[in-house]
Ligand binder design. Sequence first.
Ligand code: TPP
Ligand code: MG
Length: 353
Amino acid sequence: MLVQLAEMGSIPVMDTGGDLNFPNTHLLDVTGTDAVTRSDVIVLLDVEKLEQTFTVSNRYTREKNSRLQPGCKVVNIGLFDQWIKSTTLDFDRLWPVEYTIAADTSLAIPRLTEELRRILESEPQQKKTLEERFNRTKGLHDATRGRWKQQLERDGNREDISLATLSQEVWNCVKGERWIVTGNIGGFTRGLWDLDRPGSVMGGQKAAGLGTALSRSIGASLAVRKDGGFCVAFIGDGESLYVPSSIWTAVHHHIPLLVLLLDNGGYVGEGAHVTWASESRNRSTANQHIATEIQNPRVDFAALARAQGAYAEGPIEKRSDLRPAMERAFQVMKKESTLALVDVRLKGREQQA
Ligand SMILES: Cc1ncc(C[n+]2csc(CCOP(=O)(O)OP(=O)(O)O)c2C)c(N)n1
Ligand SMILES: [Mg+2]
């Protein structure tokens, strides 16, 4: 539906990181570009957090700057406004919009498409403008996809495992299957995979609550199991330790799930924040490791999974070991309909998000 609307008006489309509604392979997909900064009209369809979408914020100083150019008109279509109440943590600061239209977007999009068709039929001179916009958008799309590929190529000589190479290796293994992916590993699944099947991405987590990743992935796998599907989950080492017993649940119920355990030795995002905060206040960083590192000993995640009857590989540190280990895990997961985990040691303190 959204593809039809976009193609009708040569409209660039941006995904804000929820469930997949527009293929990343489509030439009108401009996710991850600065298209929003140059728009004069923006239509939001089921976008929940306007401030997050429209501002660049500095993680540390908390300073926020609007990405919209002056005079840009925003039309908000969806139902999220209906549940706004009491706490701004749920929805950010209220963002000024031109119109708010309460609607089920599955009904609104066909209506918009029809209306657009009617207008374009009566204004054939618009054709050239649409063509020009299509070409500009295609250029933006290709350049962005190209940058993700370049990053992958740059990591090509590394002996250790980067997020780009991990993402690509997993893709090589599962493409053509009925997967549903969760965890965006620094944007590389969006950047390198072909996400073109509705329902193939399980999007963002509310409140960023740790402990949800494993259990949500098991739920997703359960939902697609009857169609021969399975979930591919990229999960942080810290995150996975919140509810490790959910591994047992997946094994017990024969739920197929491929877990790529992003083992960077701790709460690396948190650790970086502690370091930054200490440095900016002229304090020592000597205690930065406390409550952020999970080391001495490192956790043997493969053993943790095996202890609960799951199949496991790892820790894998070398890139050359990754593909065979993943192939083995993948085969067992499919054949035995169970959870298979690959513990991937990330050097260079790579972060999950
Ligand atoms: C229930 C809960 N407790 C604590 C936090 C704070 N928190 C955010 S990220 C994080 C560490 C995550 O570590 P990991 O999954 O290893 O990811 P990494 O930063 O290493 O990529 C913590 C503790 C949270 N979001 N939710
Ligand atoms: Mg970690």
